[in-house]
Design a binder for this molecule. Sequence first.
Ligand code: HH2
Length: 271
Amino acid sequence: MGVLNLTPDSFHPGARHPDPDQALARARVMLDEGAHLLDIGAESTRPGAEPVSAETEWARLAPVLEALRGFPVPVSVDTRRPEVMRRALALGADMINDVSGFTHPDAVAAVAGSAAGLCVMHMAGEPATMQQAPAYQDPVAQVGGFLHAQAGQLIAAGVSPERLVLDPGIGFGKRTEDNLALMRHLPELAPPCAAVPGGRLPLLVGLSRKSFIGALTGRERTADRLAGSLAGAIAAAAAGAKILRVHDVAATVDALAVWRALGPSASAAPH
Ligand code: HH2
């Protein structure tokens, strides 16, 4: 999943594409590089970010989403707002990626009647304050419990389990030790579900160039975090993640190709 931020302020300066023409040019590059899915977002959710209005978010999304319908790739829309979810679905979005895990009181109703894929992510608190004092008794149990509960709510509202993918939300209200615990116990986060292949709901992981990678490598600048991000992507794939949300498609595709060729569990790898 290639990240396409339509924002002027996303945490990684190299991924800011507020101009629609530049965003579409970037989308073409990611497709040529081997992306199987694009995730477009119009509100930065970096720690400390202030929310944008629904009007601003939609004004940034609409022209790019409309143009991407002509591209041979499914498009995910990264939004927390039910009104934006509804408009994105009406304009043909293939997936809704909600970093707040469909916790808005109207979010489940906004998406349940569609056929779109749904990414349920865990976030503790709100982007503006989430990194001020994150604290967990047991991050694996708490995040896993949240994902399980939200998936259950969506299924109870009529969503077929094949539409769901779950995401621990690396860096969203989490300390380095919490992120580490979640990555080390990744397979435990996916709730059992007899209705899907493999018997567990699939997982998506996004750690590309995040502070977590900076903390592990000592790299302060996001521009210097590619190698760490690639290692994290391979670790996530090896732990069974089915979708990797990345800024660097070509580099990740290469890393996965080598790992798949050399690794012991070729059949578990994302393709
Ligand atoms: N991370 C970001 C945004 N959306 N969605 C999912 N499902 N998982 C993630 O890990 C995730 C996400 C943050 O990255 P980015 O979009 O590059 O930055 P910003 O929020 O600053 O625009």
